[in-house]
Write a protein that binds this ligand. Structure first.
Ligand SMILES: [Zn+2]
Length: 122
């Protein structure tokens, strides 16, 4: 119970860090993008937190392995990135069509190549 509340709080704080203001104009209608703004998606951080899978990113560069690791930094996904750079904010990316498209393609690549990108913990 306490764990569930803690998870909810983390999710709320993460989303708040991206969108500090509530807006009725904003609409995240894509399941990939909703994972970006909630940090709930196919990434080792999420899979471990919910006891779905014990795995890590094979690159070994980030102990956190959250969704932003894959969007911004993971060297295994370098080939998917051309517009997105570390230091950009998620809110900024979601305001630009090309960058939003690139985030979706990074996540699609991640999902279809997860067996090459994630390694199971032993
Ligand atoms: Zn990685």
């Amino acid at each position: 119970m306490a764990r569930k509340m803690e998870q909810k709080r983390c999710k709320r704080e993460y989303t708040f860090s991206i969108f500090p203001k509530v807006s009725t104009k904003r609409c995240i209608d894509n399941h990939l993008l909703s994972q970006v703004v909630t940090n709930h998606g196919l990434c080792p951080n999420y899979l471990k937190r919910y006891n779905l899978r014990e795995c890590n990113c094979r690159c070994g560069e980030d102990a956190d392995d959250g969704i932003q690791h894959h969007i911004f930094w993971c060297p295994l996904l370098d080939s998917c990135r051309s517009l997105i750079r570390p230091g950009m904010s998620i809110a900024q990316i979601l305001q630009e069509k090309n960058k939003t498209k690139e985030v979706k393609s990074i996540l699609n690549f991640l999902y279809s190549h997860q067996q090459d990108i994630f390694e199971e913990e032993l």
